[in-house]
Design a protein around this ligand. Structure first.
Ligand SMILES: Nc1ncnc2c1ncn2[C@@H]1O[C@H](COP(=O)(O)OP(=O)(O)O)[C@@H](O)[C@H]1O
Ligand SMILES: [Mg+2]
Length: 396
């Protein structure tokens, strides 16, 4: 089962276990802890992850990932499932799941061992809670949510989280509160175990492990869930609160799919209920306007830059005028700068992330000198003092 546009994957040696592969296409990339063998191959169409596992687990992983992809879910993109007919279905090499490699991603171990981890801890916990809430909204019961089943990637000033392992997951039309609670409990247990392993690997006594991290994530999840699923009472003179609520959900990145305003039969107010879909609000807007692909928070920053460009050109009154300026922004501002940045940061770093770093620098310089310094001056400053970083939470 392979998607038709990935025929070059067929040329790999599927008769042999991936652990025996010697093809020059293999690339050594950092991988998290895993039960199964995972290898990476670089082909013309991109880099792919291949995981070898029993047939049933592979089928489930593939099905859930396909389902999530169709719903715009935050998960790795499935490309194919190879089934080795001659093998016993329960054997560890009965199937191979192929997914698209998530560029510029890293595992939690790399994040935790990084110099900046202290202040980044908050971001990690928030991003992790957000991932679980997003999956639950889409009806996905993970059943094995853990730090190592998630990929991390810098997303403008925040961290983006992507589900990588769906072997145990299932999709329902809606999850009950009981199902969500059960998933949270598993997460708390898994995270405690992972923090214990980390403490052990650093030679620390077990009681110094960060046991409460999972509970902290669960608390953040609850806050977020309450925000997403809130029902509000709105009085006649408060119609603006409907717009306010939609803006707030969009700010969090959620697409609002449906708004229900139910008049209260006796009293003088209405009930407002919203249904949110995937968390791709800014990403979708940016793609529609410019065709550029970016992370959700990167897209938010880049949309602001597009607006800045449009204003600098004197603005646009009509939709076609705006579309034309969007094309000019891409070819005159965005793409040339992306190439210049790529030359500075090298092939292993994400140029779109570098672009948002540059936007942040431009903002800081402009705020400091109380006038717009422009992108060029920001880029020169970058070359002079080195790559800027977003401020870390808790930092000054
Ligand atoms: N598409 C992918 N992109 C980047 N890394 C991946 C991808 N798929 C797997 N990995 C890496 O392999 C590790 C193990 O994958 P996972 O699906 O969790 O396997 P297992 O079922 O053995 O736990 C992940 O933590 C990640 O580091
Ligand atoms: Mg796993």
């Amino acid at each position: 089962m392979l998607r038709p546009d990935h025929a070059e994957l067929l040329e790999l040696d599927w008769a042999r276990s991936i652990t025996e592969w010697t093809t020059p296409r293999l690339v050594d990339l950092p991988a998290g802890i895993s039960r199964h063998a995972v290898r990476f191959v670089a082909l013309e169409r991109g880099t792919f992850a291949v995981k070898e596992l029993p047939r049933q687990a592979g089928q489930r992983d593939y099905d859930v990932l396909q389902d999530l992809e169709a719903r715009g879910g935050p998960s790795v993109r499935p490309v194919g499932l190879v089934i080795r007919g001659g093998e016993d279905p329960g054997s560890e090499r009965a199937a191979c799941l192929i997914t698209r490699y998530v560029d510029y991603s890293f595992s939690y171990r790399e994040l935790l061992s990084g110099r900046d981890f202290g202040p980044r801890r908050q971001q990690l916990l928030d991003a992790f809670a957000l991932l679980l809430a997003q999956l639950h909204l889409l009806g996905c019961l993970w059943a094995d949510c853990s730090l190592s089943n998630v990929l991390y990637r810098f997303d403008a000033g925040t961290i983006d989280t992507i589900m990588v392992d769906a072997e145990t997951a299932s999709i329902y039309p809606v999850l009950s509160d009981g199902q969500r609670r059960q998933d949270l409990e598993t997460m708390v247990d898994n995270v405690a175990g992972e923090m214990m392993d980390i403490a052990a690997s650093q030679g620390l006594p077990i009681d110094e492990a960060d046991f409460h991290m999972g509970e902290d994530i669960a608390r953040r999840y609850e806050g977020l869930w309450a925000e997403i699923s809130a029902e509000e009472r709105i009085r006649p003179q408060e119609q603006f609160r409907i717009t306010q609520r939609i803006n707030r959900l969009n700010e969090l990145g959620f697409e609002v799919e449906e708004i229900q305003v139910v008049p209260h039969p006796e009293r003088d107010h209405v009930h407002l209920k919203t249904r949110v879909a995937d968390r791709n609000y800014h990403r979708n807007r940016l793609r529609e306007l410019t065709g550029v692909e970016a992370g959700e928070d990167q897209a938010r920053q880049i949309l602001a830059d597009l607006q800045y460009f449009i204003l600098a050109q004197g603005g646009a009154d009509t939709a076609p005028g705006k579309a034309l300026l969007a094309v000019r922004w891409r070819t005159e501002a965005f793409e040339p700068m992306l190439r210049r940045l790529a030359a500075v940061i090298g092939p292993k770093a994400d140029p779109v992330q570098a672009y948002t770093d540059l936007l942040y620098l431009r903002y800081m310089l402009s705020a400091g000198s109380k006038r717009d310094v422009g992108t060029e001056a920001a880029f020169e400053e970058w070359l002079r003092v080195g790559r800027p970083g977003y401020p870390l939470p808790g930092g000054s």
